[in-house]
Design a protein around this ligand. Structure first.
Ligand code: GDP
Ligand code: MG
Length: 744
């Protein structure tokens, strides 16, 4: 390990390009996302060009206030760990908004170098920034760079190292004379041990009545009281609250700087703005999003992907296949051949071929679909489109009391629910955060693709089922919205939506490297899971379904004397799953096999498919049609029951990993139970409605029809009744007093 001589921190607004810069100068492969807050943690790595320098990528923030976890992480690092220098990254195309944080970072008294990033875009827009004037105005070095195009970055690093070596504190910015006077008097009240460079920062924080800063200073009571008097007097004079006074002063300084240093090209609409006029249009935004997602799922599941997966299932794992006219054996046949040649017992052959190869193979067969899905989704994320969708959804979500911020975890969940649930960290309002944790895994993740495909194949047969797959995706979105509307009207979740602020990056072609990285990250996680969790699960399922009691004796069932061909009916799995399958009887699928699939699906969603493949493979001998789809469909009494099975498995509690994340995120056993209970209950009700209304349409009625009608009426009532009185007023919005406005 090289000796560390210097620490440099990267600070900046979300989406200003910190991570791009960090990856460039450290050679790391961190995730470059287009939305804020997905990584709340800071990241550290050594500079590639100088191993003695450690660089820290801080989470993107708008202000050094202590309102969100990202803000706290960044602030604690800057004030507590004292980096030798800070590179304050600014999106130069968004100077006003980015200077708000820059002024505060400069105030900390740490050596700051401003990196004016996105120089390429500034140039393309025809704007000009007067760098020397900006250096004078900010009182610290300013370097124009493009992290994407790698220009100006070496100069930036040299400047930062020089500033760190000289401990060059930037100058302070003058506020209105009256406010400055008060700040100066507050500085006099600070303990003597606060160094000169930091006194201004603490004075401003105390003026803002920032409890965290006050606590870290351990002021004596007399000083604290004196300061409160000064602040209160100033508030009375200015007829405004302290926090707003400071915000106003900062914007005044910024307006002056921008006026002096930024020479804008005559206004003309950028390409991004033109695209946004259509894509984020009040009326078109949502239909366009629906259409795009339809296209994504259509391409990945219904057409191209299915063709690939079918080929894999039918040939590699089914009948065998041809290579340039030569007959090749299927994978199970291959293994069977090897094992028999090696003299393995029937039991081992069955475990390997019917258990592991069938189960893991069925899951691996979905890699082509997964690949296409992630290529498309990653493109939509990286080019900047998905960030717009959060805005479009903000309009919808706001109606029922959630903000677009809750949509970001859902977008992340299209890949995997674990980071999706983690992404809720940034939602400040506790009720909204809990509700988002509860509902975000309704969105189908990659692992649910096999479930969708299995159900789809069983419902429609093969390729013509073009619209079913996107339909299951929309079922997830509708489940989120319906749950949101219903839950917001209960006491547990009532409250006004938090304001939604987010930077919109200009549309751009993602770099091939980060795109490929993004896809690989997701696909490799899926492959890894197939060889670990799914592998282990298939072994357990194989044992449970091959061992059992027949005529009073326990043992390996296929080897038992006189056992019927459907030997799995005597297995431990059949007994255990059969004991609880009554739960699903009203949903139409009370076969022990379907129950076993649903239960193993709680370990990992791919298990629904793996268990199906393993169980049906065993029963294959009795099937005339070798296709997995029809063998699976034969387990259900009707099409309605198959759809109910699909809906239940997509909406019920997620896999173990996601459940663990929900537990960690909720931080309470009670709330975890509420979340998982709600998910399972909601899934069960949706399954019930689907099956019972299907049966009713066929003229089949029972007591459960009545239950379904009552439940449906109750849901409709909760959906359409007006917001209960007072539900939106009983909670102070915990958002900062003033924040830069949303881009639109
Ligand atoms: P962070 O949120 O500050 O970490 O920002 P990211 O590094 O994730 O970058 C946000 C977006 O801006 C990404 O889509 C980057 O590709 C893009 N970006 C970063 N730096 C530049 C740059 O210098 N020029 C252009 N045109 N785009 C950039
Ligand atoms: Mg980042």
């Amino acid at each position: 390990m090289a000796e560390t001589s210097m620490h440099i921190a990267l600070a900046g607004n979300p989406n200003c390009g910190k991570t791009t810069l960090f990856n460039l100068i450290t050679g790391q492969n961190g995730y470059v996302g287009n939305w804020p807050g997905v990584t709340v943690e800071k990241k550290e790595a050594r500079l590639s060009s100088d191993k003695g320098v450690v660089v820290t990528d801080l989470p993107g923030i708008y202000s050094l206030s202590p309102y969100s976890p990202e803000e706290r992480v960044s602030r604690d690092y800057l004030m507590g760990d004292e980096p030798d220098a800070v590179i304050q990254v600014l999106d130069a195309t968004n100077l006003e908004r980015n200077l708000y944080l820059a002024l505060q970072v400069i105030e900390t008294g740490l050596p700051v170098v401003v990196a004016l990033n996105m120089a390429d875009l500034v140039e393309k827009n025809g704007d000009r920034i007067d760098v020397p004037a900006l250096e004078r105005a900010l009182g610290c070095p300013v370097v124009l760079i493009s992290a994407l195009k790698n220009t100006g970055v070496d100069d930036l690093l040299e400047t930062a190292k020089r500033s760190a070596a000289r401990k060059a504190a930037p100058k302070r910015h003058a506020f209105d004379a009256a406010v400055d006077g008060v700040l100066e008097r507050i500085e006099h009240q600070l303990p003597a041990r606060v160094p000169a460079a930091k006194r201004r920062y603490y004075a401003v924080k105390l003026f803002e009545r920032d409890a965290g800063a006050a606590a870290s200073l351990a002021l004596d009571a007399a000083a604290a009281e004196r300061i409160e008097q000064l602040v209160a007097a100033c508030e009375a004079d200015c007829d405004d609250d302290a926090e707003s006074i400071i915000t106003g002063e900062r914007y005044a300084v910024i307006a002056h700087i921008v006026d002096e240093c930024l020479h804008r090209a005559p206004a003309r609409m950028s390409t991004s703005e033109k695209i946004d006029r259509i894509v984020t249009n009040r009326w078109l935004g949502l239909p366009i999003f629906a259409l795009i997602m339809f296209g994504v799922y259509y391409l990945s599941i219904s057409t191209f992907g299915t063709a690939m997966t079918d080929w894999v299932n039918d040939n590699l794992f089914g009948e065998g296949w041809e290579l340039f006219g030569a007959a090749m054996p299927s994978v199970p046949a291959l293994f069977e051949g090897w094992l028999s040649a090696a003299g393995a017992s029937d039991m081992v052959i069955s475990l390997v071929c019917d258990g592991i190869v069938a189960g893991v193979g069925a899951v691996l067969g979905f890699i082509p679909q997964m690949f296409v899905l992630f290529v498309l989704l990653s493109f939509l994320e990286d080019c900047g489109y998905m960030a717009r969708v959060a805005f479009v959804m903000d309009r919808v979500f706001r109606r029922f009391g959630l903000s677009g911020k809750s949509f970001i975890p859902m977008l992340v969940s299209t890949g995997c629910g674990v980071p999706g649930v983690l992404a809720t960290k940034t939602i400040e309002n506790e009720k909204d955060r809990r509700m988002t944790v509860m509902t975000t895994t309704f969105i189908p993740c990659g692992a649910k693709l096999p479930v969708i495909a299995l159900v789809m194949g069983a419902l429609i047969g093969d390729a013509e089922s073009t619209w079913i797959a996107p339909l299951f995706y929309f079922l997830g979105v509708v489940a989120v919205i319906v749950s949101g509307i219903m839950l917001k009207k209960t006491k547990l979740f009532a409250g006004r939506p938090t304001p939604f602020v987010m930077e919109l990056p200009a549309y751009h072609m993602p770099s091939a490297r980060s795109w490929a990285l993004h896809v690989w990250e997701r696909v490799s996680a899926y492959i890894k899971k197939a060889f670990t969790i799914i592998f282990a699960s298939t072994i357990v399922v194989w044992f449970l379904s091959n061992f059992g009691v027949y005529e009073g004796a326990f043992g390996f069932l296929p080897a038992m004397e006189g056992i019927p061909e459907e030997f799995t009916n005597y297995s431990v799995l059949a007994a255990v799953a059969g004991a609880v399958s009554w739960i699903f009887a009203p949903l139409g699928f009370d076969s022990w096999q379907a129950t076993a699939m649903s239960v193993t699906g709680l370990v990992a969603k791919e298990n629904v498919m793996a268990t199906a493949a393993s169980l049906l493979h065993l029963a294959e001998a009795t099937e005339t049609d070798p296709s997995l789809w029809s063998a699976f469909a034969a387990l259900f009494p009707s099409v309605g029951a198959i759809a109910a099975f699909g809906a239940f498995n997509l909406l019920c509690a997620p896999c173990f990993a996601a459940m663990g994340t929900i537990r960690a995120q909720m931080g309470s056993a009670k709330w975890t139970a509420i979340a998982l209970g709600y998910e399972c209950g909601f899934a069960w009700v949706v399954g019930l409605l689907i099956n019972q209304f299907y049966l009713a349409a066929q003229g089949v009625f029972s007591l459960w029809t009545v239950v379904a009608v009552v439940l449906a009426t109750g849901m409709l009532f909760q959906l359409f009744r007006p917001m209960p009185k007072g539900a939106w007023d009983d909670e102070a919005v915990s958002a900062p007093a003033a924040r830069p406005q949303a881009a639109r």
